[in-house]
Write a protein that binds this ligand. Sequence first.
Ligand SMILES: Cc1cc2nc3c(=O)[nH]c(=O)nc-3n(C[C@H](O)[C@H](O)[C@H](O)COP(=O)(O)O)c2cc1C
Length: 216
Amino acid sequence: MKILVISASPRKNKSQTLSLAHGVLKGCNPEDSEIIHLIDCKIEFCRHCERCHRKIMECPLKDSSVSIMKKMLEADGIILASPNYIDCITASMKALFDRSTHFIHCKRLLGKYIVGVVSSGSGYDIPVINYIKHYTFTCGAQFVGGISSKVLIDEEKKNMAVFLGEKLHRAIQEKKIYKSQMKIIEKGKQHFKQRIIERKDEWQGEYDYWKKQNWM
Ligand SMILES: Cc1cc2nc3c(=O)[nH]c(=O)nc-3n(C[C@H](O)[C@H](O)[C@H](O)COP(=O)(O)O)c2cc1C
């Protein structure tokens, strides 16, 4: 079992959000894990050139995005950890999400499990957790749960993080299907099926991917 932690706090090892994510990782107890600090990565803004739709996993911007996305494809579970910045994920995480629209068109994270981790000054993080959940579904992954805490994080929250990690471990091991989530994912898939058909001459790489999956 491989877990990838994507940490969007610029404070690296001083990050409160990351400390909560460590709790999830501890509960999950994977054989293999990696933490990516987005602050150490170069992630340009998406230029909407659509190259990644024509040639999948290709981008003319030479930065960290494609390699992070490849790591996401190799992981069984992904912990998306972001501080709350004005009721949203941080800009670095949003920039990464924007660079991954191919994942959305082709539901590339199908079969994977995601956990959202947030911290803030207020503890009011529902919009942030919901956004991470929305990204999860739109890429085809299932959302095992989210945890958020105001700072400083207390023992109870730390224990809850461990519990969520255990849940993540079980979901991956049992290949859990959350039926209500799969309905949302399937609806999104049908939407993109139509878009891919309409634009098959432009988005050839993605059209070929859909064909290869026998989805059309
Ligand atoms: C630019 C910025 C925006 C923030 N916006 C909010 C906010 O809208 N609500 C809130 O409760 N805390 C907000 N905070 C506080 C952080 O979410 C909080 O300190 C968080 O725990 C930092 O996480 P980290 O230690 O993982 O970096 C903001 C902090 C910064 C720097």
